[in-house]
Structures are given as C-alpha cells and as structure tokens.
Ligand binder design. Sequence first.
Ligand SMILES: [Fe+2]
Ligand SMILES: [Fe+2]
Length: 234
Amino acid sequence: MSEARRLNRAATIDIGFALELERRRSMELEEAYYDTILRLTRASAYKDRETGAHIQRVSHYARVLARHLGWSDDDQELVFRAAPMHDVGKIAIPDDLIRKAGSLDRGDRKVMESHTLIGASLLEGSNSRLLDMAREIALTHHEHWDGSGYPHKLTGEQIPISGRIVMLSDNYDALRSRRPYKRAFDHEATCRIMLDGDGRTLPSHFDPRLLEIFRAAHHEFDGIFEQFKDESQL
Ligand SMILES: [Fe+2]
Ligand SMILES: [Fe+2]
C-alpha cells in the first residue's frame, strides 16, 4: 500500500471513530435528558391525581398512532419518550386547584389551562430533539383540530402532529378513567364517545386521520389499558 493510501485509510478510520464517539456521546446525552425528564414527570405526578400508569399508557397509545402513521422506529421511540411530559406544567399549579372536584370557574380554568404554557417554558431552549418534541406536546396537547381547544385555539395542521397524537391518547385514557367529575367508561363506550361525540367530547376535536387510525386500531388501545392497569406510581 502506498504511503498516501495508508494515510488516507488512517484518516478515514479516525473520522469513523470520531463520528462513532460523537454518536455515542449524543446518545448518552439524550439518555441523560430522558432520565432527568422522567424525574421531573415523577415530581409532577406526586401532586397530580393522574398516576404513573396513566403516563405510561399515554406513551404506549402515542407509539401505536405513530406506528400506524408509518413513522420510523426512532421517531416512534421519540414520541413514546416525549409523551410522559405532557402535564409537567401542573407542577406549578396550586394543589387545591388540581384536587378540586366539580367544575372550575372561569378564573380557576384560566390558571389550570396555563399548565400548557408553563410546561412549554420548562422544556424550552435545549438542543435535544426529545425535549423539543416534549415542549411541543406540553404546549399543544389540549388544542383541538376544530379550534375549540387551548391555549392558542390552533386549528388543523397548525397543531404539531405530536400534540395531536398525545391529545387523542390522553383523551382515550381520561375517558377510561374515573375523575372527580365523571365515572370511568368501558372501552366500547369510550369508542362511541370519541367516534360519535357526547356533547363534551366531539369527533371534530381530533385529527381525522388519527381518528381513522383509532377506529381501525382501537383494540390496541384497549389492550394497553388492560396491560398497564395498576395504579402504582412511576
Ligand atoms: Fe394537560
Ligand atoms: Fe394526561
């Protein structure tokens, strides 16, 4: 082998090694972000009535939707990891408001709704894809396709797809769960409410494409709900 070729080959190996090192470093960094995030999520779960099991289930439903949308394995994993942080902003909402049974007045509702903005501000400003998607989800997981959601009353594709995915997932789980203001519905009743509406939840709230996926894959949602039923904390 000529000297030039030998040097060239050595340089290629060096670059390959450096890239591999860089890839590993950034993976480690993403893992560290994920770890920190899970701890933050756990902290907010202490004050919220929503359980660790709810958070796990929402991640799994979100991955089902992403898979049916044809997302890559990496992107499915990303939404799976980002979804648990949707309500992290509740950490800043007063306890008595979070635990309040019955309907909230206008002022209380405004404060409650601010968990979306607070969550987004907690998660903004990093270079991490994970945190960036988590911020997007925290901000938009209560927006509705028809513009009737909050905080910005976005419509249709103005709402990031990650937010639309978690919104549908969170709604399915909320309907299946008992809340201070409602009983738990079974899977069939939940499907009926989401697909036909009940006055409070309307099909027009959901991205039509995601609702079609849900219509076809609803059994997977039921399976996840049954699998992660225990109410243990994260
Ligand atoms: Fe929320
Ligand atoms: Fe939730």
